[in-house]
Write a protein of this length. Sequence first.
Length: 108
Amino acid sequence: MANFHTHWVVRNVAGSSRFMRQCDCKSWIKHWRAATGSTRVVCARLSCGDIAVDGAHVQIIDGRSRKDWYIVPFCANCNRTRHKDWMYLKRDVIMVPIGMAVTCGRAN
């Protein structure tokens, strides 16, 4: 059973696709993969088992962290969740900060 002590609670950041990456990755999901080295194919949302096709911008909203933006792999449906909706992430998901300096490090 998920709770605030075992899983991150996040919300999808509305309208974040308009922000440009500061690296030469071709998409946010590729940015996430470059930073983690992961080949994960399943959506990061706890209640979902669909294929992850998007790098979703999320904020941690459970009070354990600042509200910085992170990238996580989401399926298309979970990436369309409204920004006010909160969700649990699977415990093994790595959240990647959106800044190039601490992630893939490949500048344009």
